[in-house]
Design a protein around this ligand. Sequence first.
Ligand code: SIN
Ligand code: MN
Length: 258
Amino acid sequence: MWLTDEQIERFHHDGFLALPGLFSSEDAALLRAQLPALYAERRPENWREKDREAVRTAFALHRRNRVFGRLVCHPRLLEPAMQLCGSKVYLQQIKVNAKAAFAGDVWQWHQDFATHHAEDGVPEPTALNLHVFLDDVNDFNGPLMFIPGSHRHGLLGAAHDTATTSYPLWTIDQARLTRLVEEGGIVTVTGPAGTGLIFGDLIVHGSNGNMSPWPRTIFSAIANPVNNAQVTFKRPDYIHERVFTPVECLPDDCLSCG
Ligand code: SIN
Ligand code: MN
């Protein structure tokens, strides 16, 4: 599935692109059905919320489950990624961010590249975050928030926040955020399960805690051009995958076949 010129232009202008109806509600339900068994596993790939049992992020799902193993090779994710990168890609990180009902904590304002560069030594900010909503995402269950155009400022200063949530993150200070929001505003991306979303490594984004009774499960694959691989190996391989060979597409019906 290739993007139109208008979609490519919008991605470069805003720093992100929503893809309504990228997958069907049946595909989303199939993927969602895999999760309870995966969340029940006691292993480091299941990162839990601070002081809670709830899973915050379940990493490396493509190596733990056959259906997610096919999703990461899906042409509806990989073709737009290769088109925007102008290159074949490797898979840098595969996860689900669960944002459980009543329990899912915030993701502070950040640029993904701040972490990819500082922690993993990724040279250039060319990775793409490819999302598929596995639940309906609405205004109340912690949708992603973006500051449109913020990617055009390049890499901003960041501080390593190891206290706010259970997950350490390089985050942006309030004075800088205030200026960025004055310029670009804030938008959320919402939509039914199956919605797709692509955003670049420099766009400033975050999400609120989930006080609602609705879970907000989002699948995320970070795809990085093969010539832009990490050069620092501090974080475990389930947080930054170590297979740097290009990922190849499966057929479009790969989720439901076999
Ligand atoms: C979120 O799941 O709300 C945030 C994900 C991200 O920062 O990439
Ligand atoms: Mn992020």
